[in-house]
Design a protein around this ligand. Structure first.
Ligand code: QV4
Ligand code: CA
Length: 477
């Protein structure tokens, strides 16, 4: 479950939050494929509660009603077309799998018309009935909801936010979930982000994932397992840790983004200590995690892993397309519930692309920003090489190479950097892919000269918009 199944030479995942399947299909073909992205994390594709108050919030997608593929993003045929087209473009689809729970404790209808009663655990669209949810027999809080994250049994057996908690110890529920995931694998998806994994027993997940079929051999080759990355918010201080989930896939490392944010927002450590971020900072081994700077929750003040102060325009591993990121001066969202850009009938708006490559019609596309997509290419070029030629010219003036393939310099505190540095790169003239693009052998941004010894002169005004220089052997002028 650890292999992301990227097409060769690709490495970065973007989250196209609440996009329609038809728009993701087009984005794979015209942008994500050509620009070297590995995969898209898509919003939960299965039928979920229609929440009316507030009106159609983004989070209704985290309240499953059935495993039928029908949401505002599109129907099953549109989903399948997207997966096929994206695979053809060399881009993988990872599905956000909400399998810990169903809806909140109320009655209503789902996006496909199925009825539900969350409190009674009645979901005829699956079907699940009262025996398929945990209850007073194994959850020992008064209202069978989670109150104490210090109690592992409670976190796993009680209701997260009052959401009907599935009895994953039972063969029936395990089978229904595996059927859903296998259906998606049959369509050609490459993997899953497992929502709320902390709230499920590792043994139950092991059983469910053990029922999954291999990925489609016509796309991935034979004998390939789905990629699994599990949402476990582990900031320390709770009995449930990321490590418990290493046996069933990778885990989301929420500490990574928080540490980086603390540095560049100058809340704690200085950038000069970054040379060994990762295991050297008591984080789990690289191959057990997925790292990112922000996600759909902490950009909106949800989830437990937030308070890193990073919001829109911050994500590199995981960028996203969504409107409504209106931040106040404290970095909080004015509306933490607002759903995607929509028409008068509440259908989701098309993503429209402007001539400057940005998205309009209410959408923000961080994955289309020059600094983002050029660093996706940088990552593809330097993949597999070690960090070398580390320089700390000041507390917040750092530079390093990735082997002899790429070199980056960053000023994080508004100071001026003016220094010579060993880049580890072959001599030549390189295109700084932060200030411009490398196009047809020419550079639209600043050119950086590396001499025969591998040295260059770095000049960065820390107050400029992008106080960063990045060069790599794929963009030599
Ligand atoms: C309300 C009350 C509860 C009450 C309940 C009674 O707040 O106290 O018990 O009614 O029914 C929405 C509302 C929430 C409401 C709940 C049930 O915001 O107020 O409870 O629905 O009706 C997203 C949102 C949640 C949202 C949920 C379901 O963030 O606000 O809840 O979707 O729509 C922990 C977990 C971690 C989790 C994180 C948010 O360890 O796993 O909290 N993160 C994932 C997703 C996240 C999603 C869920 C899990 C749930 O990334 O987006 O929650 O699927 O850290
Ligand atoms: Ca649970």
């Amino acid at each position: 479950y650890l292999d992301p199944q990227c097409a060769s030479g690709r490495d970065t995942v973007t989250h196209l939050f609440e996009w329609k399947w038809t728009d993701i299909k087009a984005e794979c073909e015209i942008f994500l494929g050509p620009y070297g992205y590995c995969a898209v994390q898509v919003s939960p594709p299965n039928e979920h509660a229609v929440v009316a108050n507030p009106n159609r919030p983004w989070y209704e997608r985290y309240q499953p009603v059935s495993y039928n593929i029908i949401t505002r993003s599109g129907n099953e045929q549109q989903f399948r077309d997207m997966v096929t087209a994206c695979n053809k473009a060399g881009v993988r689809i990872y599905v956000d799998a909400v399998i810990n729970h169903m809806t909140g404790s109320y009655t209503g209808h789902g996006t496909g018309g199925s009825s539900f009663d969350g409190n009674a655990c009645r979901f005829p669209g699956v079907p699940y009935g009262p025996n398929d949810c945990n209850g007073h027999d194994n959850c020992h809080t008064r209202d069978i909801s989670i109150h104490n994250y210090g109690n592992s049994d409670e976190v796993r057996n009680c209701r997260l936010l009052g959401l009907a908690d599935l009895r994953l110890g039972s063969d029936y529920a395990r089978g229904k979930i595996a059927d859903y995931m296998n259906k998606l694998i049959g369509f050609g998806v490459a993997g899953f982000r497992v929502d709320a994994a902390k709230h499920m027993w590792p043994g139950d997940l092991e059983n469910i994932f053990g029922r999954l079929q291999n990925l489609r051999s016509d796309v991935f080759g034979s004998g390939k397992k789905p990629f699994i990355y599990q949402e476990v918010i582990d900031m320390g201080g709770e009995p449930i840790t990321m490590k418990e989930y290493f046996g069933t896939g990778r885990v989301t490392n929420f500490k990574y983004g928080v540490e980086l944010a603390n540095i560049f927002l100058r809340h704690s450590n200085q950038a000069k200590w970054l040379s060994n971020i990762g295991e050297g900072w008591s984080m789990p081994p690289t191959n057990n995690v997925v790292v990112f700077l922000s996600n759909h929750d902490n950009q909106r003040g949800h989830g437990g892993g937030d308070s890193n102060g990073i919001h829109a325009g911050s994500s590199v591993w995981l960028s996203k397309g969504h409107e409504q990121l209106r931040l106040d001066t404290n970095g909080d969202d004015h509306n933490n519930w607002q759903g995607p850009p929509h028409n008068g009938d509440m259908s989701i708006k098309n993503v429209t692309i402007n001539s400057d490559m940005s998205c309009i019609n209410g959408w923000i596309c961080e994955h289309r920003w020059r600094q983002t997509y050029n660093m996706v290419a940088f990552r593809n070029v330097v993949g597999g090489t070690p960090l070398q030629n580390w320089h700390a010219f000041g507390d917040y003036q750092i530079a390093f190479s990735r082997g002899n393939k790429g070199f980056i310099a960053i000023v994080g505190d508004g100071s001026h950097l003016n220094a010579n540095a060993q880049t580890g790169l072959p001599s030549g003239t390189y295109c700084d892919v932060i200030s411009g693009n490398y196009e047809n052998g020419a550079c639209t941004g600043n050119k950086i000269h590396v001499d025969g010894n591998g040295d260059t002169h770095l000049k960065i005004d820390g107050n400029s918009d992008d106080p960063v220089i990045a060069i790599h052997i794929g963009a030599k002028v």
